[in-house]
Design a protein around this ligand. Structure first.
Ligand code: NAD
Length: 259
């Protein structure tokens, strides 16, 4: 009989989510992999994850609307998969001043970065409550603690998920369930690479210069945090030693929010 706990990491086809899935697999958890990419697009990264540990499958689901998340939940139930650990990680970014911010981008960012976490939480909580054990870990951001210009939707969504984290923690404090937010600073993933490329082209500077400027503006260490480091943080929050860490916003940002 396999007693390993099962984690769902949303947005684990890339970047931080991939790092979290990898570290959880290395620690013996069963992991459901998810992303918006097709099975075919996800195949190379899935091959790597299957070689590390017990992957329970890849689910290609757009989480920008409630019905598709509900269908995903029902597919998990049909496959007899109960989620003990939920990592709400899927997220996107768009950069523009408020007066130029496209309404469609605002709606999309709030839906993917914030509302999806609400939907997954409301659907998966009852099973955690029943078994009196669960972990919900929301990947927020340094932008869940402080703001930056030109990121209205992202900053609003990340402050929102920090609020959702606190409510979920309080409502379940006596159910053996913890809910925490991890707030990373810069991590070099496709989401950040796109911002570096945009800066390089707008400011007519090299990619190397744009990368170094981006880091030095915010992250005092001058170094990126890594997806593996965030994965290790998640793995620790899943242990019994972390049972009293609840409702917290945990920064991993090289000192960004200490300023
Ligand atoms: P990424 O672009 O590498 O990965 C994004 C993931 O989200 C992918 O797996 C993608 O499939 C999924 N996704 C995107 N749109 C989706 C949709 N409509 N439906 C379903 N899944 C969708 O990005 P990342 O940098 O790894 O970001 C992951 C999370 O970490 C995000 O919530 C982001 O806000 C947060 N974060 C990133 C950084 C950073 O510096 N990279 C810093 C702080 C917080």
């Amino acid at each position: 009989m396999n007693n390993a706990k099962t984690a769902l990491v949303t947005g684990s086809s890339s970047g931080i989510g991939y790092g979290i899935a990898k570290i959880l697999l290395k620690n013996g958890y069963q992991v459901v992999i998810h992303g918006v990419e097709s099975q075919e697009q996800a195949a190379p990264m899935l091959k790597d994850l299957f070689s590390i540990g017990n992957v329970l499958g890849y689910y290609s689901v757009d989480v920008s609307n409630a019905p598709s998340i509900e269908q995903f939940y029902s597919d998990l139930q049909s496959a007899n998969i109960t989620i003990d650990i939920l990592v709400n990680n899927a997220g996107i970014q768009y950069v523009a001043p408020i007066q130029e911010f496209p309404i469609q981008k605002w709606d999309q960012i709030l839906a993917i970065n914030l509302s999806s976490a609400f939907h997954f939480t409301r659907l998966l909580l009852p099973a955690m409550q029943k078994q009196k054990w669960g972990r919900i870990i929301n990947i927020a951001s340094a932008h869940g603690v402080v703001a930056s210009v030109n990121k209205a939707a992202y900053v609003a969504s990340k402050h929102g998920i920090v609020g959702l984290t606190k409510v979920a923690a309080l409502e379940n404090a006596q159910n053996g369930i913890t809910c925490n937010a991890i707030c990373p600073g810069w991590v070099l993933t496709p989401l950040v690479e796109a911002q570096i490329e945009k800066r390089a082209s707008e400011q007519e500077i090299s990619i190397d210069q744009a990368r170094s400027n981006l880091l030095l503006e915010k992250q005092p260490t001058g170094q990126f945090a890594t997806a593996d480091e965030i994965g290790e943080y998640v793995a620790f929050l899943c242990t019994d030693s972390a049972a009293q860490i609840n409702g917290a916003s945990l920064t991993i940002d090289g000192g960004w929010t200490a300023q």
